[in-house]
Ligand binder design. Structure first.
Ligand code: AVJ
Length: 437
């Protein structure tokens, strides 16, 4: 976009990001000392459709917005209490930033101002070298070697994942999307949520069906996306706010496996964990994760989980071995991430993409297989790792479920499966669970 570049919504974070989390503290170069964090930028492509922001001195810039339907939905962040006045010398107040943000948010809504409908709290900076280093160091010492799938998603990896979703073989995303459209009204009618909390919201593509159903039922909605990527969170939030003038968003930049208890409450929350990401956990991990959610739930909250179903191995195999090689590129990109972030020298082309279905475990495994013996130096770890010819590094598991296995899993986590929605072909399921009471 020419100069002057369009402003992106630049929402300062109300919460001081005290280094409450070790990984935050350790983020390379990010913080010398605790400070308020502000969005620095969004991608070029995102700026185009961004609502005009949002700075204290530019209250009406939205008139240049590309669409007119949102003209009353944009506003300045002038009301936003910011940083400078909030010194870290006030540990009490800093102790629970979310509460503070929630209060400010409520004020904004109540006064019906054309005030900012976006609040963002940063609990943890996007993945820094530190967790990646720790994870890689641990995983490559294991026998067999493993790497964690959460590190796939740098900008390139996220783009590749979006491309996977558009391959003809990968039925997962489109099946879930269609299913959500179909059941959204019923789910919302049944759970009557005052807020939709989405764990791992990413681009929030599928969320719209649920939000629109909330609007049909209640006239408006509050959306609480929780994502590790500040950028994904901000650009998806901006797009949603532009399209929905009845929506309030309180985003939380956090690792949803660690910060669940800090996600803002509401009277009744529908907590959504979509996409089949639960499949990335092994059984024990899935149970622990669901238990964590269960512990953070209060009466009236519900949980909606996307779960890929067990099906013909050939269909599963194709979905993770698409003909265009997008999944292979996605898998290999993990090595690029490590090369870049940890100053490593993986020869990416020396590793082959392998994805296979293991029926006895009801899961897909993705692996990277060394085509020949490799020795790789990872500078950030100060050591070298050897790979034998044909040695495989497991990069991801993608568990598949049946209604029975899902029910047992929920039960083990203290949750009750209430509904099991599947399309006719049975490819994918959305499980609605609650706590007993
Ligand atoms: C995002 C974890 C649901 O397991 O199907 C897609 C990731 N990996 N193709 C999945 C993935 C390879 C995806 N999840």
């Amino acid at each position: 976009m020419g100069a002057p570049k369009r402003r992106v919504r630049r929402q300062r974070v109300v919460a001081r990001t005290r280094p409450v989390e070790a990984e935050y503290e350790a983020r390379a170069g990010a913080v010398g000392e605790p400070e308020a964090v502000e969005f620095e930028s969004v991608s070029e492509s995102a700026t185009d459709s961004e609502p005009e922001s949002g700075s204290a001195t530019e209250p009406e810039s939205e008139s240049e917005s590309a669409t007119d339907s949102d003209s009353d939905s944009e506003s300045a962040t002038a009301t936003e209490p910011v940083s400078e006045s909030e010194s870290v010398s006030d540990p009490e107040a800093a102790a629970d930033p979310l509460e503070r943000v929630a209060l400010h948010g409520a004020g904004v809504v109540e006064h019906g101002e054309r005030a900012d409908r976006l609040q963002v709290t940063v609990l943890v900076r996007p993945d820094s070298g530190s967790t990646l280093a720790a994870d890689v160091g641990r995983g490559l010492r294991e026998v067999p070697k493993t790497l964690e799938p959460k590190h796939f998603y740098d900008d390139v990896g996220s783009t590749l994942f979006d491309m996977i979703c558009d391959t003809p073989e990968y039925y997962v995303t489109r099946t879930e999307e269609a299913l959500l459209e179909e059941i959204a009204d019923e789910v919302i009618g049944e759970t009557s949520p005052t807020a939709l909390v989405e764990l791992g919201s990413g681009a929030a593509r599928k969320t719209r069906a649920l939000l629109e159903a909330m609007q049909r039922h209640h006239g408006r909605a509050t959306y609480v996306p929780v994502d590790i990527s500040e950028q994904a969170l901000e650009s998806s939030a901006a797009a949603l706010l532009e399209d929905y003038d009845w929506l309030d968003i309180h985003g939380v930049v956090a690792d949803f496996t660690q910060h669940l208890h800090r996600v803002p409450g509401a009277e009744r929350r529908l907590i959504a964990f979509l996409g089949g990401t639960l499949g990335n956990f092994d059984r024990q991990g899935a149970r622990g994760f669901l238990q964590g959610i269960r512990d953070a739930m209060t009466e009236g909250d519900s949980l909606l989980v996307g779960m890929d179903q067990v099906k013909q191995p050939a269909i599963l195999h194709a979905a993770y071995n698409d003909a265009a090689g997008v999944t292979a590129a996605f898998n290999r990109n993990l090595l690029q991430v490590i090369n870049r972030e940890l100053s490593a020298d993986f020869d990416v082309d020396a590793f082959e993409h392998v994805a296979l279905y293991r029926p006895e475990l009801q899961r897909i495994e993705m692996l990277l297989e060394a085509r020949s013996a490799q020795s790789v130096t990872i500078e950030a770890l100060g050591r070298q790792f050897d790979f034998g010819a044909g040695e495989r590094v497991r990069t991801e598991i993608s568990s598949k479920f049946t209604r029975e296995s899902a029910e047992a899993l929920f039960a083990a986590a203290g949750l009750t499966l209430r509904r099991w929605y599947t399309p006719e072909n049975g490819y994918f399921a959305l499980a609605l669970a609650g706590i007993d009471g």
